[in-house]
Design a protein around this ligand. Structure first.
Ligand code: UDP
Length: 312
């Protein structure tokens, strides 16, 4: 198949691109490098089944017929989407519609990368797909949350009104190689700090929770969902839930670091807990994650060691 991947130079987009190429597909990767990195796709230079175009999906584009579209383009780490506030809102609205128009034109299968942030600071725990969420529509995080919620509405509208074969994956915190060492997310911050023996920065008191999924597990789920007949959102994440303090301890264990913990203010509207209910993915796709946090951190460690050696 000829497959369009937006955000192909990002953490998930580049890992997905590798997976699609390994399955024998032809991938058209696009990225505007707002948060993506050329480094993530440099190894694909010269691959005859990979083509890269530096494009912003907010400007209409057309690279010819495609069989499938994976729309992975968006800033995704809190410091990055706060820095790129308007760009984040635009990529989830204008950008998503541009890619949906292509899916309609070429009758392409369409998968959109949505997020557990659609649930905001959830009042229901764990989060099932049927939960409508608790989002502050005007707080600093609203640029991401509302962009992603609008995108889901737009995707469903193109499915219902235009018959596009769409899929919505609600991605929970994911980590692995190519998670940018300085994008500010908890796993990358903690590992880099631990490797440098710098203080580990715990925001708030560290009792807030997240559930971390290793990238390979996530990609398994995404590919199964894209091949399914499901159009409504499906959670893909690892239900193993950890406090941020537990996450720091795990990172210290794996790196053998002497870093101390330091406490810093909690960002505004930082969700207090997050954990996917994956019953729907299990029943529908026969999917569940296989890689524990301990195992996944060990697998990701060499990448962060390389980043450190490269001066990050
Ligand atoms: N966090 C932290 N220290 C850091 C980075 C993040 O304590 O150096 C916390 C953050 O406040 C949040 C959690 O870790 O409660 C996950 O943050 P991340 O930015 O990775 O993603 P989020 O789930 O908030 O989108």
């Amino acid at each position: 198949m000829r497959i369009l991947v937006t955000g192909a130079a990002g953490f998930l987009g580049s890992n997905l691109t590798d997976r699609l190429l390994a399955l024998g597909h032809h991938v058209l990767g696009i990225d505007n490098y707002a948060t993506g990195e050329h480094e993530n796709i440099a190894h694909l230079q010269g691959n005859p089944r990979f083509e890269f175009h530096q494009l912003d999906i907010c400007t209409p584009f057309d690279l010819g017929p495609v069989d499938a579209i994976y729309n992975m383009a968006s800033p995704a780490s809190p410091p990055e989407y706060l820095r790129l506030a308007i760009e984040t809102l635009r990529v989830g609205s204008v950008g998503v519609e541009n890619t949906l128009k292509l899916a309609e034109k070429y009758k392409a299968n369409y998968l959109h990368a949505s997020t557990s942030e659609c649930y905001g600071d959830p009042l229901e725990h764990p989060q099932r797909e049927s939960y409508w969420g608790n989002v502050n529509p005007v707080g600093p995080r609203s640029v991401y949350d509302e962009s992603k919620r609008f995108a889901e509405a737009m995707v469903m509208a193109y499915h219902r009104a235009r018959g596009v074969n769409t899929h919505l994956v609600r991605i929970f915190n994911t980590y692995g190689p190519r998670l940018h060492p300085s994008d500010g997310r908890v796993i990358s911050n903690f590992i880099m700090q631990a490797l440098k023996n710098d203080p580990i920065t715990i925001y708030g008191d560290g009792t807030q929770t997240r559930s971390f999924c290793y990238v390979d597990d996530l990609l398994d789920g995404i590919l199964l969902l894209a091949a399914s007949d499901e159009h409504l959102p499906v959670n893909i994440g690892n239900p193993g839930e950890f406090t941020i303090l537990e996450c720091a301890e795990e990172v210290l264990k794996i790196t053998g670091s002497n870093s101390k913990l330091v406490f810093a203010p909690l960002p505004e509207d930082d969700p207090t807990r997050r954990r996917p209910d994956i019953t729907k993915a299990k029943n529908l796709l026969g999917w569940e994650p296989k890689i524990s946090l301990h195992e996944g951190l060990s697998r990701a460690l060499p990448y962060f060691q390389q980043m450190l050696a490269a001066g990050h």
